[in-house]
Design a protein around this ligand. Structure first.
Ligand code: MLT
Length: 316
C-alpha cells in the first residue's frame, strides 16, 4: 500500500502509517506534480492547503481513501470522491479545543490591542493611552455556528460574564437552552445586537459571505468580529471596507479565502487586510497546538489504515 502525504502531519501518525504502508511525505509537491503522481497511491492525506478537486480525484485511479487531517472538508470534493468509490475520512474530534481556545485568544488580543502594543513597545515606545481597550464583561457576543467548536467557545465566553446569543439553523432550541445561549434566527438581528461576533460555521455555499456589506451596514460601530473558521464566510472585501471606514471597531482573522501552502517554494503572503491597523491576524493557527496535532496525527493514521484494511470507518 502506498500513501502520499503532501502536507505536514505529526510524526506519531506517520510512524503508525509506516508500519503498514509505504509513506511518501512530499511537502514540496506542486499541483502539477501532484496530478502527475497521484495514480501511484492508494491513499492521500491532506490538511487544508491541498485542493482535492474532481480533476485530482479522477487522476487518482488507485485511490481508496482520502484522509483530511483536521475537521473541515471544504477543500475536498466529497461528491466526486464518493462517485468513484473513494472513502473520505477526517478527524472531527481532534482539534476542537485548540480552535476554540485560539478564537478566545484572538478575541482578547483584539479587545486589548495586544499585537499592536507589543510592536509599539518593541519599538521602544511607552504608549498607554493609544492602546485603551474594551472589556468583554456584560457585552453581547454572537456565536455563529453552535457545533463542536462554537459550543466550546460559547461556554467559555459565558465564564467571562457575557450575554451569549447564537445563530445556527441546524441546532434545536433544546440544545441552545442547555447551553444557556439565546437562539437568534436572523443574521440581521445578530448584526444589530452584537458587540462581538465569533464565527464557527463550516464553509458551504450557504455560509460563504454570510456577513457582507449589507450586514456590516446594520452593525454597531463598536462591533468586533473574529473569524477562526474559514476565509470568505466573512466577505473579505466588505470587511476591508468596513474596517477602513471605521464602520466597525475591529476584526481578528485566522483564515483567508486563499491561503498558501506552508513551505511552498517562493510562496509569500500578501492581502489588503494586512495593511489595516484595527485588525489582528494569525496564519491559520487554530489547530496548531502540540495537543491538537498529536491527536490529529494519531486519528488520521488510524482512520486511513482502517479504510485501507476494509474495517468500519466513520466516513464524511
Ligand atoms: C480544520 O479544519 O481542522 C482546521 O482548519 C485545521 C487545519 O486545517 O489544520
Amino acid at each position: 500500500m502506498r500513501i502520499l502525504v503532501p502536507e505536514k502531519i505529526e510524526e506519531n501518525g506517520l510512524e503508525i502509517l509506516k508500519q503498514k504502508a509505504d509513506v511518501d511525505v512530499r511537502l514540496d509537491l506542486t499541483r502539477e506534480q501532484l496530478l502527475e503522481c497521484i495514480d501511484q497511491y492508494d491513499a492521500l492525506i491532506v490538511r487544508s492547503a491541498t485542493k482535492v478537486d474532481a480533476e485530482l480525484i479522477s487522476r487518482g485511479i488507485n485511490l481508496k481513501v482520502i484522509g483530511r487531517a483536521g475537521t473541515g472538508v471544504d477543500n475536498i470534493d466529497v461528491d466526486a470522491a464518493t462517485e468513484r468509490g473513494i472513502i473520505v475520512v477526517n478527524t472531527p474530534d481532534s482539534n476542537n479545543m485548540s480552535a476554540a481556545e485560539h478564537s478566545i485568544a484572538l478575541l482578547l488580543a483584539l479587545c486589548r490591542n495586544i499585537p499592536q502594543a507589543y510592536m509599539s513597545l518593541k519599538a521602544g515606545k511607552w504608549e498607554r493611552s493609544k492602546f485603551k481597550g474594551v472589556e468583554l464583561y456584560d457585552k453581547t457576543v454572537a456565536v455563529l455556528g453552535l457545533g463542536r467548536i462554537g459550543s466550546l467557545v460559547a461556554s467559555r465566553l459565558k465564564a467571562f460574564g457575557m450575554n451569549v446569543i447564537g445563530y445556527d439553523p441546524y441546532i434545536p432550541q433544546e440544545r441552545f437552552d442547555s447551553m444557556g445561549v439565546e437562539k437568534v434566527d436572523s443574521i440581521n438581528e445578530i448584526m444589530q445586537r452584537a458587540d462581538f461576533i465569533t464565527v464557527h460555521l463550516p464553509k458551504t455555499n450557504e455560509t460563504m459571505g454570510i456577513i457582507s456589506k449589507k450586514e456590516f451596514d446594520m452593525a454597531k460601530k463598536e462591533l468586533r468580529i473574529v473569524n477562526c473558521a474559514r476565509g470568505g464566510i466573512v466577505d473579505e472585501n466588505a470587511l476591508y471596507e468596513a474596517l477602513k471606514a471605521k464602520r466597525i471597531a475591529g476584526a481578528a482573522i485566522d483564515v483567508f479565502t486563499n491561503e498558501p501552502k506552508e513551505g511552498a517554494a517562493g510562496e509569500g503572503f500578501s492581502h489588503p487586510l494586512l495593511e489595516l491597523d484595527n485588525i489582528v491576524f494569525t496564519p491559520h493557527l487554530g489547530a496548531s497546538t502540540v495537543e491538537a496535532q498529536r491527536n490529529v496525527g494519531l486519528a488520521i493514521a488510524q482512520q486511513v489504515l482502517n479504510a485501507l484494511e476494509g474495517n468500519v470507518v466513520e466516513a464524511v
